[in-house]
Design a protein around this ligand. Sequence first.
Ligand code: FNR
Length: 382
Amino acid sequence: WHLRRVLSLRDFETRARRKLPLSIFGYVSGGVERDASLTANRRDLDALAFVPRVLRDVSGRDQGLSLLGQDYRLPFAIAPMGFSALAAYDGDVVLARGAAQAGSFAICSAASLTPLERVAQEGGSGWFQCYIPGDRARIAPLLDRLLAAGYRNLVVTGDVPVAANRENNARNGFDAPFRVTPQLVWQGLTHPRWTLGTLAREIRARGMPHFENMEAVQGPPLFSRDLVRSTIARDRLSWADIDYIRANWPGKLLVKGVLHPDDAIRARDAGCDAVILSNHGGRQLDGTISAIRALPAVRAAVPDLPLIVDGGIRRGTDVLKALALGADFTLVGRPFLYAAATDGLAGLRHAIALLAEEVDRDMALLGVTSIAQLRAECPLAD
Ligand code: FNR
């Protein structure tokens, strides 16, 4: 019943801020250093303006899109987010299941805490994001395992050669691999709904949170105890490894974290099926261009390559701005994790429905009945 008062994705953020300990909320919401990349994501979306069309029959609207040979009922999906099960009980499965039920998909993160087989089985997700070490001997077994588990769409994240400078994590007492810091003990006592409803349940169901899937790929230890100074030994990963993965992965292959047109060209030439334009939600290099601002130049460089865009998308208008500007699909991260964290599967369903309703209403207000029509007839001004 309380979900009736949740009118937008932002309301879930407010709820999550109250429910989650600062270390967890800070981990999810945070950026890096001066938050320049994080700020750019919103600013560049806000700077775009629609030029709507009027007096057109807009009945029978359809926001569905097809991507990589698959039809989806929604034009947005859920971005991969590590540690989801620490913010939301059984978060990886909840995100995958909620998205699939709504006719979309969630990409399971490499830094997930749930065995990837279970996410595939119970969540019905065919999408996996991996952090690959620059070490071929470890890549082949991962690809075999993913294929056996039923994954068909593989996203290789390219913008994490080293761990980012997440000062907020160090300040708030968040560490990876997960451990109980003095700050967390205090925060846990003062946030019993999270401690009992999420952490204790998670430990009871699956033991102490750990990188279930990354450990299998890279071998521990992945992070030093100090996230700020740690690197994850991915700094040798290169396009040559993408070529190798392409030759050995029969499913769809995507690279995530592309912002430069030449990298999109390289991905296309490597045989990638799509790229995800992203600055990692403003969580890696600070001071990057936003994906939305990078989009026109990348689109011009690779006219036929499917482009997925993420970063700061919070409203139906944001989804439609990205699509009108040439994106083929969009991803949304934090808001859906907040919804799962505060209200579980019901919350996530509500969040997805809110965003889908906004897209539908905005399409009517723009004077279009399909995304193809939006692109063709509804220009953006800036
Ligand atoms: C992320 N992101 C991310 N990306 C990735 O490729 N692998 C990962 O494991 C993670 N982990 C992760 C955790 C959390 C808590 C967040 C918020 C983000 C980045 C994510 O996939 C996506 O690019 C951004 O979150 C999109 O921006 P918004 O929608 O969160 O603003």
